[in-house]
Design a protein around this ligand. Structure first.
Ligand code: FEO
Length: 399
């Protein structure tokens, strides 16, 4: 049975949610599920804004059929060719053989790479800035490469002032009936997953996101319709402000996150002592993560939030403990910048983790390394506590 909601009287949300998928992109845990949004526009001509993931095909197709009220589809606008949005192109064309695919040249190349269909007669190629009239609705296409793939374009509907934003402004999390951000407690229930989605999926491409924000900055936008997560029709400045901070790699919060890896509890003990001393020094809202037990996508999300990071790890095979090496890899891959970082290493006979972590961090821009880096020799002793005390002082002084 169809399950849709009206965005405006002429625009219908025809997406759906997957509560069963464990890993988005077979990589990122999504315990709250994920939504694949798609939209039907009814006018003199009808248009469908992207399709949806294969996991929700049946629901999606029922929704589209319902929203079209028996009419044929005139245009399928393909903003993004990642399969979580394009998997049902063939299904739509089967049901609407006269529909035209509206896309750009890069999109067409990807369609032909992913699928075998001969689309020559079906495609309307658009360029950056082109406009397509549906009647009273006008679709203006703006290319936003690398937000999140090179072919991505967003679409501004100028009559109702709606931005169809592709992956931008999306979030992990299934839609639980409440489709609009103003129906949710976004800050409490969604922000962490929106940040985790942004930082892990698009985080590498901050400069491109900044370009997109500048390009769209002059538009009068009333509603933002992303391809994942809630739709925004109130307080758009809140979300735009988050994207501006994230894409400039600026922290949202003056806050301390301690990421520890610990084989037998001794490095954890040092991290606990540091956290306790910070708390006694007046630092609030300290977050601690056992990085062996926390998926790295959550750690990256927290790194995009917090100003101060402490990395604590043992030496392992004359290198850095694997969970920490993995985190450092993602920090580099996702272009983390502008953070203040404290280090704690452990090593029973040849501690090198601290030195190696510093070498990895030297690839990141504008990182302030706090002194001293704490060295634990197997377990915390009196001299280790003195070092931890000094690191605590350095963190508080820099907050
Ligand atoms: Fe939601 Fe980049 O696909």
């Amino acid at each position: 049975m169809h399950c849709t909601r009206k965005v405006t009287p002429s625009i219908t949300w025809v997406g759906g949610s997957d509560y069963r998928l464990a890993l988005f992109e077979n990589l990122f845990p999504i315990p709250r599920g994920v939504a694949y949004n798609s939209y039907v526009i009814e006018d003199e001509k009808t248009a469908l804004m992207d399709t949806a993931d294969a996991s929700i095909t049946e629901q999606f197709l029922e929704n589209v059929t319902y929203a079209l009220h028996g009419r044929a589809l005139d245009y399928l606008v393909v903003q993004h060719m990642e399969p979580d949005h394009c998997a049902n192109i063939a299904q739509i064309l089967l049901r609407h053989p006269n529909a035209k695919i509206v896309c750009n040249q890069k999109t067409l190349t990807l369609i032909q790479q992913f699928y075998d269909a001969d689309l020559q007669e079906k495609v309307v190629l658009v360029k950056d800035g082109d406009c397509l009239s549906l009647g009273s609705h006008e679709l203006h296409f703006a290319f936003t490469p690398m937000v999140h793939w090179p072919e991505v374009m967003v679409t501004y509907e100028s009559t109702e002032k709606i931005l169809f934003s592709a992956d931008a402004f999306g979030s992990f999390g299934a839609i639980n009936g409440n489709l609009f951000a103003d129906e949710l407690h976004f800050d409490r229930d969604w922000l962490a997953d929106a940040r985790r989605y942004y930082s892990n999926i698009v985080g590498k491409y901050g400069p491109q996101v900044q370009n997109a924000l500048k390009k769209l900055g002059g538009l009068d936008i009333r509603i933002i319709c992303p391809l994942h997560g809630p739709i925004w029709r109130e307080d758009l400045g809140y979300l735009l402000g988050k994207y501006d901070l994230w894409s400039r790699y600026e922290p949202e919060d003056k806050a301390v996150c301690i990421f520890f890896a610990s084989m037998y509890g001794d490095t954890e003990n040092a991290a606990q002592i540091l956290a306790t001393k910070l708390a006694e020094g007046g630092v609030k809202d300290i977050m601690m993560y056992d990085i062996s037990r926390t998926d790295v996508s959550y750690l990256i999300g927290e790194i995009f939030r917090a100003s101060h990071i402490v990395l604590a790890a043992p030496t392992y095979n004359n290198g850095v403990y694997p969970a920490m090496a993995n985190l450092l890899h993602d920090m580099k891959a996702l272009n983390v910048q502008n953070r203040t970082i404290g280090l704690m290493e452990n090593g029973s006979w040849a501690p090198v983790a601290g030195k190696l972590i510093k070498e990895e961090l030297s690839a990141l821009k504008n990182i302030t390394l706090l002194e001293p880096a704490v060295t634990i020799r197997s377990a915390v002793k009196g001299d280790t506590v003195e070092q931890i005390e000094k690191l605590k002082d350095a963190i508080i002084a820099s907050l």
